[in-house]
Each structure stands twice: as C-alpha cells, then as structure tokens.
Design a protein around this ligand. Structure first.
Ligand code: NAG
Length: 780
C-alpha cells in the first residue's frame, strides 16, 4: 500500500513536472525579418527542445564553421540563457548540425530542418550557413534560464532576392569610432545585409590614413568648428569646437576583417572630383585656385573641387587608390562623382588647356567641363581595372561618357538608375526619395532630432520596389541591389545613427531579401515586434514611431465632424480621453473612428506589457468654418496637399512643420483662394488664417489677404483686406492673420491669400515665385 502511494506520488510529481514544463515552454517563431522564402511547419511532428545537453556540431577542420558554431552558441545563450557546447563530432542526437550542402548556385541560400532529434542548417556555402544562423537567432524566443525552449518542427528554404544588399555610412561629416563601426556591421548582419558602402572622405573631413599623403589626415581630418542647426538657418551659427577623427590603416584592416566574418564586404568610397575640400586643405596645389582652403565647417556643395587640368591630380588619385586597394579586398571601389560644380574649371587656365589638349568638346547635351569630369572618372576606372577592380559611381557619372562597365548608384530618384540600366550598366538603387535615412521619419518634426528634411517613414521604405516597371526584363537584370544611405551632417553620434536606421532597416531588409511580389505591410508590422525586442536585447537605440499612436483626420462636410482614425503597431489597445486628462489604462478604449464635433483636446496612448507609447495629443478648435464645404480656385502643390482641401477647416492647426499633412502649400505663383459655404446666412465679424513661413526654403508670407462675402455664391462684396510687407531677413514661423470687421451676414466667404511672385535677392534663392503655406481658416 505504502509503495503504491509512493509510486503514485512519484508519477504525480513526474506528471506535474511535465505539465509545468509544458506550461513553461516557449516556442520559437519563424515569422522573422526578413521573412524566409519558404516555411513549412510540420505540425504533426514533435518540436526540438533546447536543453543544456544540446550541442552544435561543425565539420571537423572547418575553422569558419567552428567560428559560426560559437556564434550560434553565443546567440542561444544570449536569448535563452542556455549554455551549450560546440563539437566537431558526428553524433547527431540533440544536436544542431552545421553543414555545407550546395543545393543551388545562390551561395547565400540555406535550409533549416528541425525535428525532435536535431536541427540541421545546410548552407549552399559558409555564407548560407551564416544566414541560417541569423534566422535561427531571430526565431528564438527571449526567455529566462528556467524556461523550456521548443522549436516547432519545420523545413525552411531561404535565399536572397538581391545579390547586393547594402547600407552606406558617411563618416566624414561626423566620425564614428572603430567599435561603433563594428556595431554598425553587427546591425547590418542582423538584417542579412552583405555590403557596407563606407563614405570615407568629403569636404568636412578626410578620414582614412594614406601613407604617401600624410597631410590628408594631419590636416584634412580636422575642422575648426561645425555649423549649428540647418544649412539654411539664419543667422549662421557655429559651435566653435574643433572636430576630428580618422582611421589608421591598421584599424581599417581590422574593420574589414571583422566585417568579413559577418559576411559583409566593405566598399570604400573616395568621393571625387567634387566633395574634396578636406583634401585641398591638405594639398592646396590640387585645387584650381591654389587655395588656401580649410576643411569645410558647413554643409552643402563646395565650389572647391580637384583641379582636373593638373597632372598632379591624376597622380594623387592613382596613389590614393593604390593604397585603398591594399586595404580593401572588395571587387568594387566607389569613386563618387556626385555634385561637382564646374565653375572653377570654366575659369581655370590649367583645366581649359587640358580640355584643349585632350580635344574635349561640348555638344548639344553636355558641356566640355562635364566631359572633363568623365575623363577623370574614366582615368580612375581604368587604373582600378588594371588592378582587377570594378568601379561604382553616383548617377552623375552618366553626364558625359561614363565607363560602360561602371556600376551606377542611382540617388537623384530613380531616373539615373533607369537610364543606366537602359545603357547596360549595372545599377544599385539608392533613390533619395525612399533610401535616404538621413531624412525625417515623422511628420511632426518638432519632436524629432534635427534632420536634413524630407519624410521617409518606415511604410514608405517597405512599399518601395527597386525594379522600375519601365525596364524590359533584360534591363531589369541590371538592378543588382538596393541600399540605404546615411549622410551624417545632422547625425552627430552613434545612438542617433541607430535611431535613423532602425527600424527602417527592417523594412529595407525585406526589400533586399524578399521577392517584391510578396508584400504585406500589416503582416510585416506584426513581425516587426519581435525584431524590436531583439533591438532592445542588443541595446540598440531605435525610433519608436510604430509603437506610438498614429492619427489621420478627415474633415467631413456632410456630418460637420472631424473624423479621427487612430492606429498603432499590432493589437495594442489604444486608450483615449477628450476631457483634457492624461489617458491611462482606465480611459475608454478606441474602437472605431472618433467623430469630433466641438472644441476639445484629444489625447491617446497605446498600452503594452513592455511599456506604454508616448502620449499623442491634438487640439481641435471649432468655429463657424469648421468642416464646412470648401473649394479652392487653384490646387495645392501635389507634394503639399495635406489631407485634402478639408485640411483648411478641420479644426486642427499646423505647427512650423510645413511638410506635415496639416498644411496646404501653393507653388508656381498660385494664390490660395478658398470659398467656404457656411450653408446658411451667418453673422460674421472676423476671419483668420495661419501661414507658415520658412524663407530659407522659399516659403513666404502672404503679400495680401482679402475677404469677400456673398449671400448667393455669385456676387461677392469685398469686406476686408490687408497688405503685408515682405521681410528683409530670413525667418521661420507660423503667423496668424485675423481680419476683423463690423458684423456682416453672409453664407459664402471667399478668402484670398496672394503669394509673393518673386523671391527677393537677399534670400539667395532664384527669382521665382515663393511658396505660400496656409492652414486653419477660422470664421467667428
Ligand atoms: C547629397 C550629397 C551628399 C549629402 C546628401 C544629404 C549624394 C550622392 N550627395 O546632396 O553629399 O550628404 O545628399 O542627403 O547624396
């Protein structure tokens, strides 16, 4: 009897342990980023359980795979706190086996097979195994030591869509340490990227040691100070702090080696013949005027470029590239070619003599100076070809006669890439419309760290398809890849680098790795949550916009309401208030569009176990014009048309971010002429409207505002008007204009805000019509 009780107790405790184990087990999730091409779950098979006896097996004698086995062990320990061993034995129970089994010509492809006994990662090459390991790492749950980790039985077949999957980093405008570059490389590997385009030289700093030209780093790597704020801010301010940094050849080799272990090739860029002021400051004889030059302290395009007519210049370039190729084993070398003003070449006796000597001539398309640039670019290309290297250049290299074998990086939109592919060049797509991660990722730029401008949210990145439709199938084959560019004028530190790249890189990784035909943004967002957790685990700083509450507003003239749609990542509940109190988990949950019909403040928060979002806040001011039918005489500029014309009367006022969807911007000399139908005779005593002024960007205040009233919509009577004087210096502000008059009764109100027709010469901008930006029109 006693024995039976003991036995049953034993059984019970075993059962309980088993049950508790099951309860505690956490499953791997193969819905990772980038999403593997094929995932076949074997639902009727048992999962693989990782325990302390699990080991990782690599083929005996294969050093690289031994290193990858160690890496995987490290990844497993990091996420699951399970220390597991590596071995070169062939025992295959409770093991993770790394093996090279070439199954296709796509060397980066791999397969993962999981059953209850073993996990096999078979790579078409070592690179394939590396990506298999990255995928397994991303699929593992983050768990405490006591948890049982179960990997559901599965067959994964995966390979990249693009062979070139790049990320660029500018270290000239701001410098990043060796360790920071290594972290950048780790971040790239996590996103299955294989090429770092390293922008090492520019006007603001030469950052790589060249033994034959020591002054490049002695002088060229240091600038006196740095511009504060935006290039167009007035008055110009500088921080007064010397700034410097460069990599020794030893450090460069160390980084190149580090990258190769992560299957990343580094392509160095020496940007020429423009963007060379730091080199000219070091060796003034290489410039057309002979200087003196200083390492540039501001941003933009410098007129000071290499003198193309000076034989020393070509020698300099040969010598520099000679050392560059010693440090970088990459097949490709980037030789720049962007933004090279030709002003100095036109007046330089040496350049002009050289043009004559080489019999370079202008034609109906390009100037002789543009052909002179082609001459230099081709010289460098030929030099590199002799050393068995290939060149990449920015799309300007197509202006003139480019080396037919050069690969073109399309940055001024896609046009250069299209043209290049049509001419038979290989192309890497980096259009500044979607791939410039120095651009803002939120519309409300007041809350963002300063960025160069623009607006490239993660959704826009995700929706980008790098292969332009207008190319034929054969031409499409020339699009070898896609890359994000990170210019660092406004990115002074590495945590900011991470903020600008993550999580936009997650979207980029999908474009680089996956077939463009299989896109689904919402499904991507679901997968993004685990990626963000991995960023947290790695202590990477990242932008949290997707976790915040996003709002869109539509003015509905039929109901008179402003309709507000709120959304956030995943299914996190959004709680909101309309009474001015801070929203908490006790506040009402957002379920459907909110219909705002009176002056109020909306605040909302997304609540997640791992933390709450920032509080979203918007003020609605209702008046006689709010959500009334409105028509415009001239359309707004298509880039700045807010959320439609109703933007002007939706009760929400825009701030100084004129690029947000709260403003309407009118260009090409168009005035803002709006007619609002109050739908019944209404007493009116004043009309106000806001304008956003950013004179540095060519956005000026109204020259004149005029109010006309009508009862029948046909005959209008001028009721008030005001003329404004043009400022004489730069400013950036929102201005409210209120025109008050004796009470009148009318149904229709016509408001004209006339734009300035010619930008003043003091603005430094061409004498074209100014933009005028208008938002909330209020009628009282
Ligand atoms: C371009 C310049 C670059 C600058 C960047 C800022 C290219 C190829 N050239 O004007 O030097 O830092 O944009 O977004 O992008």
């Amino acid at each position: 009897m006693k024995r039976t009780i003991k036995l049953s107790l034993c059984l019970l405790s075993a059962l309980l342990t088993l049950l508790s184990c099951q309860e505690e087990s956490i499953q791997a999730d193969y819905q990772i980023i980038p999403l593997p091409q094929q995932i076949q779950l074997k639902s009727n098979e048992d999962p693989f359980i990782i325990n302390k006896k699990t080991n990782i097996l690599y083929p005996k004698g294969n050093k690289k795979l031994k290193e990858y086995a160690q890496l995987l062990a490290q990844y497993i320990e990091e996420k699951t706190h399970k220390e597991i061993t590596i071995d070169s034995a062939t025992k295959a129970n409770n093991s993770i086996i790394l093996q090279i089994v070439p199954q296709s010509t796509n060397l980066e492809g791999y397969q993962i097979d999981i059953n209850s006994h073993q996990i096999t990662i078979s790579g078409n090459s070592e690179a394939g195994i590396f990506y298999g390991i990255q995928s397994l790492w991303k699929a593992l749950p983050i768990a405490q030591e006591n948890k049982v980790i179960a990997l559901p039985a599965v067959h994964i077949n995966d390979f990249p869509y693009f062979q070139y999957r790049g990320a660029h980093l500018d270290v000239s405008r701001h410098f990043f340490s060796v360790n920071e570059i290594k972290t950048y490389i780790d971040m790239m590997a996590m996103h299955n990227m294989n090429t770092l385009h390293w922008h090492l030289t520019d006007d603001q700093g030469w950052r790589i040691e060249i033994k034959k030209y020591p002054r490049l780093t002695q002088i060229g790597s240091k600038r006196e100070e740095t511009l504060i704020g935006h290039l167009n801010d007035y008055p110009e301010k500088y921080d007064g702090k010397p700034y410097q940094g460069f990599y020794t050849q030893e450090q460069i080799k160390d980084i190149v080696n580090y990258a190769s272990h992560k299957q990343i090739t580094i392509i160095p860029e020496i940007d020429l013949p423009g963007h060379m002021q730091a080199a000219l400051a070091s060796y003034p004889e290489l410039g057309c005027t002979g200087g003196p030059y200083k390492v540039w302290t501001k941003w933009g395009i410098s007129e000071n470029v290499l003198c193309a007519g000076n034989p020393k210049t070509l020698q300099f370039l040969d010598d520099v590239f000679n050392e560059i190729i010693e440090m970088f084993p990459s097949t490709y070398i980037h030789i720049g070619g962007d933004e090279c003003p030709k002003t100095q070449w036109k007046h330089c006796p040496k350049c002009q003599a050289f043009i004559q000597k080489q019999n370079i001539k202008s034609d109906s398309i390009y100037t002789k100076e543009q052909y002179l640039q082609s001459f230099i670019m081709k010289h460098v290309s030929e030099y590199l070809k002799k050393k068995n290297r290939k060149t990449i250049g920015w799309d300007e290299i197509l202006e003139g006669n480019a080396d037919p074998q050069a690969t073109v990086m399309s940055w001024r939109g896609e046009a250069g890439g299209v043209k290049a592919a049509q001419q038979g060049h290989d192309v890497i797509m980096t259009p500044n419309t979607v791939m410039y991660f120095d651009f803002y990722q939120a519309l409300d730029t007041d809350k963002e760290p300063l960025a160069i401008g623009g607006y490239i949210p993660i959704e826009k990145v995700y929706n980008y398809t790098p292969i332009p439709n207008q190319l034929t199938q054969n031409q499409q084959k020339h699009i070898i890849g896609v890359q994000s560019n990170l210019w660092t004028e406004y990115i002074p530190d590495f945590s900011h680098v991470q903020y600008m790249t993550l999580p936009r890189w997650a979207a980029l990784a999908e474009i680089q790795w996956n077939n463009p035909k299989q896109k689904n943004y919402n499904e991507f967002l679901n997968r993004l949550r685990n990626m963000l957790k991995l960023y947290d685990l790695e202590k990477y700083n990242y932008a949290k916009h997707v976790l915040n509450v996003d709002a869109t507003y539509v003015s509905n003239p039929e109901t008179g309401y402003t309709e507000v749609t709120l959304s956030t990542l995943g299914n996190a509940p959004i709680h909101y208030t309309l009474d001015g109190t801070i929203p908490t988990s006790q506040s009402p949950v957002y379920q459907k569009k909110l219909q705002i019909n009176k002056t109020t403040t909306l605040q909302a928060i997304a609540i997640r176990p791992e933390g709450n979002s920032e509080i979203y806040k918007e003020q609605f001011h209702f008046n006689k014009a709010t959500n009334k039918p409105i028509i415009l005489k001239f359309p707004a500029d298509e880039k700045y048309n807010g959320q439609g014309y109703g933007t002007l009367v939706d009760g929400i006022s825009g701030n100084t971010t004129y690029g947000s969807d709260k403003w309407l911007g009118f260009s090409n000399g168009n005035d803002m002429i709006a007619t609002i139908d109050l739908e019944k005779e209404t007493p009116i005593t004043s009309v106000s409207l806001n304008t956003c002024i950013a004179t540095g960007d060519g956005i000026f205040d109204a020259q004149h505002i005029c109010i006309k009233l009508s009862s029948d919509g046909k005959n209008y009577k001028k009721t008030a008007s005001q003329i404004y004087t043009m400022p004489t210096e730069h400013r950036k502000e929102v201005k409210q204009h209120t025109l008050t008059f004796q009470t009148q009764t009318a149904r229709y109100v016509r408001i004209s805000a006339t734009s300035e027709k010619k930008l003043p010469s003091w603005s430094g901008l061409p004498a074209i019509p100014a933009f005028i930006f208008v938002d909330e029109i209020s009628i009282e």
